[in-house]
Ligand binder design. Structure first.
Ligand SMILES: [Zn+2]
Length: 75
């Protein structure tokens, strides 16, 4: 079961809650009983490392610069 990290804005404490993903966005009370909490987007420790390496798209010059029909001189 994944862990979700919350932060209490009342006592400025952070705590973890383990809950099913279906309830990941449900509000959680802090251990001190405060309801004013926000979910942090960090720790989800369910194994598996995802390397999000975006391959750079090759910049290709498209046409142009050629002789004919470039500046409307021919045709
Ligand atoms: Zn609290």
């Amino acid at each position: 079961m994944p862990h979700y990290e919350f932060r209490c804005r009342t006592c400025d404490d952070t705590f973890e809650v383990s809950r099913p993903m279906a309830e990941s966005s449900a509000p959680a009370d802090c251990p001190a009983g405060h309801a004013d909490t926000v979910k942090l987007l960090s720790a989800v420790a369910v194994g598996g490392t995802s390397s999000a390496a975006a391959a750079p798209a090759p910049a290709r010059a498209m046409g142009g610069g050629g002789g004919c029909c470039g500046g409307g001189g021919c045709g």
